[in-house]
Design a protein around this ligand. Structure first.
Ligand code: GLU
Length: 292
């Protein structure tokens, strides 16, 4: 019989961005992530890359809220572990090494387009139920700065934003363990995306992929609003010769008007629900009683 490679031990992660209070939707997704990691290791990774929007208070509150909900992790910024540091703001060298590899392999090019696109690139592009053309997602890049000649592999990164060139028309397919087969077309469903900002800050897409690799994540559990980001990340993993983890996207929690929850929905933040006296079980059930 041919030897089979052993299945690596399960490693999952909770990866909140401390740009606001976590809400009932995060609670549900993170509880599912914790359940799936019950026989493995759960890592808490603080995605505090965006220097303008991340706040130390929100980071502390995220740890506290999730602990209050009863979630437990084995590695994280509060307890350390073999892949420390667990806050993205302290992992710049890892992202720079990945970025240099993308450049050496000819996958990225400098872009001189607007600041607005850049703001979008730092945070995870959450999509609404209508998905395509949602304002929260990075707009399809028209290709203005796509070069017709190769970019020198030792080019200076400073002073430009950098985009990953997607393979036009290629279908990116993956099996989602919750939602089934998924398929997105490069340069139709999403375009050339930003991986590095001119001020030296990596994008969400690049930092997430570099960290999932460095932290040996075997399964990514996150909201279904990041399905298209998964397609982008598969392209990055291929370019960097990383193995993709398994994917499990959770369906989204909506508010009473059917809108996706966002950090701006203060009424459904875990904080506010706690103050109203709701229990972790009530919050995790997703069945939030209206305010009396
Ligand atoms: N930090 C991202 C967010 O809070 C999620 C990243 C992920 O799970 O890949 O939106």
């Amino acid at each position: 019989m041919p030897p089979t490679s052993p299945t690596p031990p399960y490693r999952g992660r909770l990866a909140p961005s401390p740009t606001g209070y976590l809400h009932a939707g995060h609670a549900r997704t993170f509880a599912i992530a914790a359940r799936r990691a019950a026989h493995g290791t759960l890592i808490f990774r603080m995605e505090d890359l965006d220097p303008d929007r991340s706040r130390a208070e929100y980071a502390a509150d995220a740890l506290e809220d999730l602990r209050w909900l009863g979630l437990r992790w084995q590695e994280g910024p509060d307890i350390g572990g073999p892949c420390a540091p667990y806050a993205q703001s302290q992992r710049h060298d890892i992202y720079l090494a990945a970025m240099r590899q993308l450049l050496a392999r000819g996958f990225v090019y400098p872009c001189r387009c607007s600041r607005k696109d850049l703001a979008a690139a730092l945070s995870a592009p959450h999509e609404g139920p209508q998905a395509i053309n949602d304002p929260d997602d990075e707009p399809l890049y028209p290709g203005t700065c796509r070069p017709s000649h190769p970019v020198p592999p030792d080019a200076d990164l400073a002073g430009h934003n950098w985009r990953f060139r997607v393979p036009d028309g290629e279908a990116i397919e993956f099996l989602d363990l919750n939602l089934g087969p998924q398929r997105f077309i490069a340069n139709v469903d999403f375009g050339d995306f930003i991986v590095w900002r001119r001020d030296g800050v990596p994008s969400y897409q690049l930092s997430c992929v570099a960290d999932d690799e460095a932290m040996h994540i075997t399964e990514v559990v996150r909201g279904a609003d990041l399905l298209k980001s998964t397609a982008r990340q598969i392209l990055l993993q291929r370019a960097l010769r990383y193995q993709s983890p398994a994917w499990f996207h959770c369906s989204l929690v909506a508010d009473s008007q059917g809108r996706r929850l966002a950090k701006r929905h203060d009424a459904l933040s875990i904080r506010t629900l706690r103050e109203r006296g709701l229990t972790p079980t009530q919050i995790l059930s997703g069945n939030i009683p209206p305010k009396a």
